[in-house]
Each structure stands twice: as C-alpha cells, then as structure tokens.
Design a protein around this ligand. Structure first.
Ligand code: SN0
Length: 316
C-alpha cells in the first residue's frame, strides 16, 4: 500500500480488519519490520488519539517517529502556485513536502477543511499536494473529507464486539455549537457501506451528506425509528454540505440519552472523540455501561498498525 486516504485504497477490507485484530493479540509480532524506517506525523490541526495511537503503532513495528505540529512550529505554508510570496506565507508546499520526503519513509498528514469553499475542500488539494511533492507513501491522519484510520478502527470495533451477523449500525447526527467537518461521517459511511452491516444514517433535514459517501445506506430524518433494534449507535455532529459549512439552529433534542437506548438491541454507543458532554452526547450515556468510546479509541492503535505494516511491507 502506497497511499491510505480512503476505503478505496484498501484491496481487502476484511483482511485488513483481521490483521488489526491479530495485531491486538500480538502487538510485537513484527517488531523488526520498521527497523531503520522513519514515520513523520505532520499536523496542521490538533490531535490527541491520532497522534498517540499512530505513534504507538509505529513504535510496536520498531519505527522511528518524528511528530511536528506544522501549523504552530513550522513556517507558514503557501499552497498556491504562481504567487509572489511577499505576504505572510514563508515556505511553499513544493519545498516543504519535498524536504519531508527526504527525511521520511512514510508521511502522515492531518489537514482539516476550511468549510468555506466546498469545491476546494472536496478536491483534497492540500492532502494531494503532500502526496505529490513528498513522493513517498502517505497516510491520512484526517483530511478535508475523510478520516480513514478512524473508520478502520470503528469497523474493527464493530467486528470485534458484534453479537450477531449483519448488525444494525446507526450513524446519528448530534448537536454542536460549532461548524464541524463532514470528514468523520463521510468516512464512516463509506466504510460501513462496504461492510457486512445493516447501515442507517439519521439526521435532521438539511444535514444530508454528499451522496458519493452514502450510496447503499438507508437515510432517515426519524431518529427514533432509526435507533429501533440498533446494535451500534455512532454519534457525530457535522455541518451542512449544502449550504456548505452551515449550522442550522435547533435540533438540540437529537442528543443521545439513556431513554433513547430503550428500544435498541442494548446498543453499544460509539464516538470518535473529542466529544462535548451534554451537548453532543449525554454524560449518562458516556459514563454508562453501553459506551464504547474508550475501547474504540484503544483500537486506533491496531488500525494504524495494520496500515503501517502493509505500507512497510510495500517498501521492501
Ligand atoms: C474534528 C471533526 O472532524 O469533527 C476531529 C474529530 C476526530 N472534531 C473537532 O474539530 C471538534 C471541535 C470541537 O470544538 O468540539
């Protein structure tokens, strides 16, 4: 594997999930595979789980890891060509990514969307420029439109804990005070549509996701109906795709509470984190027996390790 930016970069999803679960049982089975190889984790936005889990995954494979908060610690980057750089940007992506390619064997990059210009965000221009100019294998640590390491960990978690074949998985929109990216729900939907699950998306009117990511899903505006008989509930806020990046007021009653779990199949509750307590998700659910959020975050290590392992094997 030379690129991990979406589910479409994976040749065998079932095998990758199985690899991740195998690594969970045998974390150090490949501890020499990454010897003398360097992973760079470059962040243009904040991170907790992605940074720590990917660093740990790389360490389990014997890799050296360099982490940089490029937005705070690096020079201000210019992404446009044909500009005279007489403003605030100091270094062009062509040189910056090119230099990263000299030091690293694998590059991880996090770059959130601006949520102003939909065409620009959905073109994945920034992520793609890192791929083009670094000239080395690249793994997405969440790009403008996707978060594939999160989605892989989510699928691993569902496969690990499901109690029946083809479990019912419900992605339900949650309230928030800010405009958040569509990356996590896009990506989750894209992976679930290719998994052996019965997948339902519930959201208020106006929060339709881009159809490219939701083909094959059942989509409803009725949360109660969606949650009926659910095995897994995936809670996430996102801003509107159309009009792009907008937050529609109201819908506070979409927050998941214990009451709403009554008609589920004792559903396990998932969230990628960070989560705003009692806004996106009630504290009673987060602190209750149905919450999987910490377990799910734990599985980020094995997802990242399965991906890095495949990339390292491709380097040899
Ligand atoms: C990001 C998102 O894509 O939704 C990262 C999730 C892994 N989340 C946020 O930016 C949360 C920000 C906030 O203020 O709650």
């Amino acid at each position: 594997m030379k690129l991990f930016s979406s589910v479409n970069d994976v040749t065998d999803i079932k095998q990758l999930v199985a690899d991740a679960l195998h690594l969970k049982q045998n974390p150090y089975a490949h501890k020499h595979l990454g010897e003398n190889r360097t992973l760079g984790l470059m962040f243009l936005n904040p991170s907790l789980r992605t940074r720590l889990s990917t660093q740990k995954a790389a360490a389990n494979l014997g890799m050296n890891v360099m982490v940089m908060n490029v937005d705070k610690e690096g020079w201000a980057l210019e992404f446009n060509d044909n500009v005279i750089m007489n403003g605030t940007t100091v270094e062009h992506i062509r040189e910056a990514a090119g230099v990263m390619g000299q030091y690293l064997d694998i590059l991880g990059i996090r770059s959130f969307p601006g949520l102003k210009d939909r065409e620009l965000d959905y073109s994945e221009e920034i992520f793609n420029k890192f791929v083009e100019f670094s000239k080395i294998p690249v793994v997405s640590l969440e790009s403008a439109t996707r978060h594939p390491l999160q989605s892989l960990a989510d699928l691993v978690t569902i496969e690990e804990l499901k109690t029946r074949p083809w479990p019912k998985v419900v992605l339900t929109w949650a309230p928030h005070v800010k405009a958040l990216p569509q990356a996590v729900p896009n990506s989750f939907a894209e992976w679930m549509c290719k998994a052996e699950v019965d997948f339902v998306i519930a959201h208020p009117k106006g929060y339709e996701l881009c159809e490219d990511f939701t083909k094959g899903a059942t989509i409803t505006h009725n949360q109660e109906e969606a949650l009926t008989d659910a095995d897994f509930i995936y809670v996430k806020n996102w801003s509107a795709y159309e009009p792009y990046g907008q937050v529609i007021s109201g819908h506070d009653d979409w927050m998941l509470t214990n009451d709403k779990l009554t008609n589920t199949n004792d559903a396990k509750v998932m969230h990628c984190l960070p989560v705003r307590r009692n806004l996106e998700l009630s504290a009673e659910v987060l602190d209750g027996p149905n919450s999987l959020v910490a377990h799910e975050a734990g599985n980020r290590v094995w997802a990242a390790q399965a991906v890095l392992k495949q990339m390292l094997e491709g380097l040899q």
